[in-house]
Design a protein. Structure first.
Length: 286
């Protein structure tokens, strides 16, 4: 997301725009909305750095390591969904405790495409649905002390409200499991392969040169409850909503993760969750 004001705009003007930005959701002292200043985006990048580099050991480019911010070229064209803890004393930048990066298809087309194409062959899936609008979700992270159900609910509330505003038909993106050995995730990967593999119109695969087999255990050997328990919370949340998973895992050596592709058509979202959040995203709206 670029600044909402032209270059040289004064700080008071930026603060005025920030105050007018719509709150997409609120639970207790936590709020979610889009970033609306460069300072907020930079603060979100610092949160990402703390989680990805400091906590998870990601090896980021030298400039990111020097500046203490997770930065790439997509930041300039994405919208940045933020979660704020309003009990923290300080500016809005000091209150950011979680973030998600959102890239709409029309914006991706006008720039350098989707981030996911570096790992997954998504073009065929997009081509099968020329009438649908896709939204890529990425760079999701939450500070450790805020990894609670209400923070996850607020992030989803923000994504849902954003999708409704922009007429999104399909959400998709990479979801990560820690470590670069797919065999260490044999149980959850095999569960996803046997039970949630995207087929037909939603089929998508890892890029051939990056493809790692997910079918590591026979279906009869997979205990579903144990497999679901082994999945990261974010991935479990997607599955509850009705998401399907692409074929093939990809090792992200820089971030030290094993990635899978998640595809969530809006039409497939479980109605229980639509009722919970509100068909018009009103459940946690201010």
């Amino acid at each position: 997301m670029r600044d909402t004001l032209p270059a040289g705009a004064s700080r008071p003007a930026l603060e005025m725009i920030q105050e007018e930005t719509a709150i997409l959701g609120r639970i207790g002292d936590l709020e979610t909305r889009l970033a609306c200043t460069s300072a907020e985006i930079e603060a979100a990048q610092a949160v990402r750095f703390n989680v990805f580099a400091k906590e998870m050991g990601a090896v980021l480019p030298p400039d990111s390591m020097r500046r203490g911010r997770d930065i790439d070229a997509f930041d300039a064209v994405c919208d940045h969904l933020l979660v704020f803890d309003r009990t923290i004393v300080g500016s809005s930048e000091d209150q950011i405790v979680g973030t998600y990066r959102l890239l709409r298809q029309d914006v991706a087309r006008a720039n350098d495409g989707f981030y996911s194409t570096s790992e997954f062959a998504i073009d065929d899936m997009l081509a099968r649905h020329p009438e649908k609008r896709f939204l890529e979700l990425g760079r999701s992270c939450v500070l450790p002390q805020y990894r609670t159900r209400r923070t996850v609910e607020l992030l989803w509330q923000g994504n849902w409200a954003y999708s409704l505003e922009h007429g999104i038909d399909v959400m998709f993106g990479c979801a990560s499991m820690p470590g670069i050995r797919p065999e260490a995730h044999a149980l959850p990967l095999s569960f996803l392969y046997h039970n949630r593999l995207a087929t037909g119109e939603w089929s998508v695969s890892a890029r051939p040169e990056l493809y790692n087999n997910m079918d590591l255990m026979p279906k009869e050997a997979v205990d579903a409850r144990s497999a679901i328990s082994a999945l990261p919370p974010l991935l479990k949340g997607y599955l509850r909503l009705g998401a399907v998973i692409g074929d093939g895992a990809v090792i992200d050596h820089a971030f030290g993760t094993t990635d899978v592709m998640v595809v969530l058509p809006i039409s497939k979202i479980d109605k229980r969750y639509l009722n919970h959040y509100g068909a018009d995203a009103s459940r946690f709206a201010s």
